[in-house]
Design a protein around this ligand. Structure first.
Ligand SMILES: NC(=O)c1ccc[n+]([C@@H]2O[C@H](COP(=O)([O-])OP(=O)(O)OC[C@H]3O[C@@H](n4cnc5c(N)ncnc54)[C@H](OP(=O)(O)O)[C@@H]3O)[C@@H](O)[C@H]2O)c1
Length: 324
């Protein structure tokens, strides 16, 4: 089968399209003919060996697929011929065939294309975990998201209202990304330059209830400052590179929280959690209450460019690679 593979930890440019044997179907595994696969920022880090998960070399890029089930165990919740999305849990996605555990496979609603499906499961379940579980989002609360035109960002914009949020404020670095954020469902968009003052003005000085932060770096202290009393800052990632620190007196003085949100870790220690999440998110997608993503598509031959667009910050929205 054709696959996008990394054999040298030299960044996205070193991704090559190669012919390799199909993966072995393990007992109890679901075999999927992959039509499209999503890429995300962790894929950038993995191409340099900088992510916490370090697969054996060489490895196949990507963590999520959409396709059609070729075979499934008798007792699985999906059958041959079903349209599905699935998590390969980082690695083994950008290839013509994937074999996954049934607990990471989800039936794709009929109203969502395979290309859009390949761009939703990784980020949407991350954001659901962040807002529901770690952020304890209550009906009508306001949510601010950094890197709002990125993968996690657009997922937050598409989902927050369906999960109960009132105002959803997007922070982006360019006017072009502001357009993407608006189209993804932001109620307000502010530019990263001067964002704190703009948010204070928008909220009449009150601040926001939840900040979802996949960026880190120098946004962090201002994110604490942007919280309303009782607010929660969700630490999701560090695309800016620098891992920030917090002076805890700021938390005490304002009665606010900084909360770690590592979805993959949670999934690893809560085996039923993914299917519980899909039981809520799947019907919202099927009913159109969460809009599907409109990913930027790259053919498999350009897998390296797809991952590089996340690295060089030119990506807007979710990035998906079409496999067949
Ligand atoms: N905690 C979890 O469970 C979990 C799960 C999935 C992903 N993540 C993390 O979430 C983060 C975002 O992932 P993603 O797939 O959404 O990434 P993405 O699509 O590349 O979006 C990230 C955004 O970060 C901003 N950014 C700021 N400085 C940047 C820089 N130096 N380089 C690149 N982007 C920069 C960009 O927005 P602007 O240009 O508008 O600033 C960009 O749109 C990553 O750190 C990832 O590891 C965490």
């Amino acid at each position: 089968m054709r696959a996008a593979q990394v054999s040298k930890l030299e960044g996205p440019e070193a991704i090559e399209v190669v012919d390799i044997p199909e993966p072995q179907a393990f007992p109890g595994g679901v075999v999927i003919d992959v039509h499209a696969a999503g890429v995300a920022f962790p894929d950038v880090l993995m191409t340099r060996g900088l992510y916490q998960l370090k697969p054996e070399m060489p490895y196949v890029v990507g963590g999520e697929v959409a396709g059609v089930v070729r075979s499934a165990p008798e007792d699985a919740h999906v059958r041959a011929g079903d349209r599905v999305v699935a998590l390969t849990m980082l690695g083994n996605a950008l290839a013509e065939v994937a074999v996954v555990s049934p607990r990471t496979v989800f039936a794709l609603p009929d109203n969502i294309s395979l290309e859009a499906g390949a761009g939703l499961v990784f980020n949407d379940l991350t954001v659901h975990f962040c807002l529901r579980n770690r952020g304890r989002l209550a009906e009508g609360e306001s949510v601010l998201v950094h890197g709002a035109a990125g993968g996690v960002g657009t997922s937050t914009l598409r989902m927050a209202a369906a999960l109960g949020a009132g105002r959803v404020i997007a922070v982006v670095s360019t006017p072009e990304k502001a357009e993407v954020a608006r189209a993804s469902g932001a109620t307000d968009v502010v530019l990263a330059d001067g964002w704190l003052a703009a948010v204070k003005e928008l909220t009449g000085g009150r601040g926001v209830d939840i900040v979802l932060d996949p960026v880190g770096g120098d946004r962090f202290t201002d994110s604490v400052r942007s919280l309303a009393a009782g607010g929660r800052l969700l630490v999701v990632g560090f695309t800016a590179g620098e891992i920030p620190t917090v002076k805890v007196n700021r938390l005490l003085l304002k009665n606010v929280e900084v909360v770690g949100a590592a979805w993959g870790e949670w999934v690893g220690s809560h085996p039923n959690y993914l299917q519980e999440q899909w039981a809520e998110v799947g019907p919202l997608l099927a009913a159109g209450k969460i809009a599907p993503p409109e990913p930027v598509l790259y053919p498999l031959d350009r897998a390296a460019d797809a991952v590089a667009s996340l690295d060089n910050r030119t990506a807007t929205g979710k990035v998906v690679v079409t496999i067949r």
